[in-house]
Design a protein around this ligand. Sequence first.
Ligand SMILES: C[S@@+](CC[C@H](N)C(=O)[O-])C[C@H]1O[C@@H](n2cnc3c(N)ncnc32)[C@H](O)[C@@H]1O
Length: 255
Amino acid sequence: MKNRVSITAEFAALIKAKDNPDYLYFVSPKTRYISTIVSFIFSKQFLDKIFRWRQQLTKEIDSIVERERPNLIVDLGSGYSLRGYTFCRKNLDLVYIDTDLPDVISNKLQILNKINRIKRVENPSNLHLTVLDVLNDDLQNIISISNSRAKILILAEGLTSYFSLNQLQIFFDNIYKVLKTFPEAVFYSNEKMKEPGGILYKFIRKMLSIFTHSTGHSFDDKYDFMKYISKWEGLVCEFEDCDSGHLIYKLKFQK
Ligand SMILES: C[S@@+](CC[C@H](N)C(=O)[O-])C[C@H]1O[C@@H](n2cnc3c(N)ncnc32)[C@H](O)[C@@H]1O
């Protein structure tokens, strides 16, 4: 059964398709239909503005990966992102673990196989697709079964924006445990700050959160987030980008 949260993966794919048409394989007719209705209601200029930051987020995380040069990447809630698929082809020494909820992982496997067939290529053997629910499963298990001495990069792009305060607590407990166990590991993610985009933007987010049954928590600003994260003793937070009301940050454990 398809869960409602996974529709957010399709919307992310739809936005990314502007830069890479392969993403269209992941967008169902239903999501295309909803996006057509949305494009009738809102002006192109307004939608472009929303999409631009989302595309920017993907590009910034891509450049973080290039800069950090890890041996092992664990992508949490990777959805239909083709980052692992692309980076694994460029770097055969990299191990990339794409993780998400069961229906997204099985759908992604099928669609990647379809893309491979069409392009007449093999799936990169260094890319692994694994089911992981970050709110119920222990993230540490994923890493301990892999190479624990590797330079580890943990990513979460657009994952936490749908989490309530309670869910964030569970999520960061999970992240904390793994960063404490593997002090060489670094974690990059993004948070939304209190609405940067005005009333229409608020409206769209509200509709999406009702549809996906999620009530994402917004931090007031980067200081609010910094204060929140200081509850986990030893976690050091660095800001990558605080533009347009959104925040990209890095977390690391330091004794
Ligand atoms: C907005 S999408 C982002 C997907 C991808 N990171 C990207 O940028 O294209 C959010 C993803 O988080 C996943 N997700 C939501 N709750 C999750 C959970 N508890 N554990 C793992 N993944 C989850 C959804 O299935 C979805 O694929």
